[in-house]
Design a protein around this ligand. Structure first.
Ligand SMILES: Nc1ncnc2c1ncn2[C@@H]1O[C@H](COP(=O)(O)OP(=O)(O)O)[C@@H](O)[C@H]1O
Ligand SMILES: [Mg+2]
Length: 141
C-alpha cells in the first residue's frame, strides 16, 4: 500500500510544440486518482515551470514522478548547460530567455521562485557544462 506509484517522462529541449504536455498528463492522472484540487494545482505549476525550463534551456531531461499516500516527489534531471549562479537564477525576475522566447511570452523569471513557493521541499543542484537536477516534494494533507 505504501509502495509509491512511479512514472517517468522524457522532456526534449527546444521542442516548444509539445511543451507543457507532461504537466497536463500528470494533472489528468492526479484528477483520475481523486487527488484534491489544491494539491493538483501546486503540482501542475511546479511541473509546468520545470518542464518549460528544460524546453528553453536544456537539451533533454528525465522527469520522475512518485506518488505515495503522503506526498508527491518529482525529480527533473537534465543534460544541458547547467546554471552558473543558482542564487541569481532563484531571484524573481532574473531570466536569460532570448528575444524569441520573450516574444512567445516566456522569460518572466518567475519559474524557479514559483516552483519553490508551491513545494514543501525544494532542492536544485547544477554542474556547468553537464546539467541540472531539481528535486521537489509536495505533501498530501
Ligand atoms: N534547467 C535549466 N538549465 C539551465 N538553466 C536554467 C534551467 N532552469 C533555469 N535556468 C536558468 O535560470 C533562469 C531563471 O529561471 P526561471 O525562474 O524559470 O525564469 P525564466 O524561465 O522565465 O527565465 C533562467 O533564465 C535560466 O538562465
Ligand atoms: Mg522558467
Amino acid at each position: 500500500m505504501d509502495r509509491p506509484l512511479s512514472y517517468s517522462y522524457v522532456i526534449e529541449g527546444k521542442n516548444f510544440l509539445v511543451a507543457g504536455s507532461v504537466s497536463t498528463e500528470i494533472k489528468n492522472m492526479l484528477k483520475d486518482l481523486g487527488v484534491g484540487a489544491p494539491i493538483i494545482r501546486r503540482v501542475a505549476i511546479a511541473v509546468y515551470e520545470a518542464e518549460m525550463n528544460v524546453v528553453m534551456y536544456a537539451e533533454r531531461a528525465t522527469l520522475t514522478f512518485e506518488l505515495t499516500p503522503r506526498s508527491i516527489r518529482i525529480v527533473v534531471d537534465d543534460r544541458g548547460p547547467g546554471i552558473p549562479d543558482i542564487g541569481l537564477a532563484m531571484q524573481e525576475g532574473y531570466s536569460t530567455a532570448t528575444h524569441e522566447m520573450r516574444e512567445l511570452g516566456f522569460g518572466a523569471g518567475m519559474g524557479l521562485p514559483n516552483i519553490r513557493r508551491n513545494c514543501d521541499s525544494f532542492s536544485i543542484h547544477s554542474t556547468v557544462g553537464k546539467g541540472t537536477t531539481l528535486e521537489i516534494t509536495i505533501a498530501i494533507n
